[in-house]
Design a protein around this ligand. Structure first.
Ligand code: TIU
Length: 223
């Protein structure tokens, strides 16, 4: 049986394993380790590292069940032609996108910092989406890939909860996909934003989707 039910808020989520993808947003060194983009923006990156363990457990379960797995990476071409000048200049920080850092050029494709942390590194056959923006659908082929595979449900992990996770869930919701965000598999630099961003998803009867956690997701997946 491929039908599953996940305990979630605002109510249980029914899904079909064959029509479900695990979407892991931007678990890149640039966001979760010191010396990358997250730190260049003025953040303490350590709270994000707590998402790696629970996300790995969900990833392992998804792999064992042959659930479709999609990883995204935010970043830009080395010549930065796909980076809007507004994004380049934003924040007035002393280290900006494209500048050299301890993990290579900040948020540039092909650099160590841009790539996914080893614990969650994509296996051959898993889909990797390189995205220039915060949303996973903007200027990418993610929607085409999901439609071609008949995917309707997205189990969402990654960082940061209020920026790339929230933007991607909103984009997905408007395209008719059903998203469940796993609260311990998504992280923010700001505890108050973590709380608010999760509350926004599930408010108003699930206005953007569902919220659950790795324990309940694992229980549903292996049922
Ligand atoms: N700054 C911040 O919270 N996030 C980002 O810039 N990108 C993602 O969330 N991936």
């Amino acid at each position: 049986m491929k039908q599953r039910t996940m305990n979630a808020e605002p109510y249980e989520l029914e899904f079909d394993l064959t029509k479900t993808a695990l979407l892991i947003i931007d678990m890149q060194r640039d966001f979760v380790l010191p010396g990358g983009f997250g730190e260049a923006l003025g953040n303490d990156v350590t709270p994000l590292q707590a998402t790696i363990g629970p996300t790995r457990r969900v990833l392992d379960a998804a792999r064992a069940l042959s659930v479709m797995i999609i990883h995204t990476r935010e970043g830009h071409r080395p010549d930065l032609t796909d980076c809007p000048p507004s994004k380049l200049g934003r924040g007035r920080g002393k280290t900006r996108i494209g500048d050299p850092g301890p993990m290579g050029r900040i948020l540039v494709r092909g650099e160590i910092g841009h790539d996914i942390v080893p614990e969650l590194y994509p296996k051959p056959g898993e889909t990797v989406i390189d995205k220039p923006g915060k949303g996973a659908f903007y200027a990418t082929d993610l929607e085409l890939i999901l439609r071609n595979r008949g995917i309707v449900t997205l189990i969402v992990c990654g960082v940061t909860t209020e920026v790339c996770v929230n933007t991607s869930v909103r984009e997905a919701n408007d395209r008719g996909f059903e998203c469940v965000v796993l609260s311990d598999c998504v992280g923010s630099y700001f505890p108050e934003f973590q709380t608010a961003a999760l509350a926004m998803v599930k408010a108003q009867g699930g206005i953007f989707g569902w919220v659950s956690d790795s324990r309940r997701a694992l229980a549903a997946l292996v049922a």
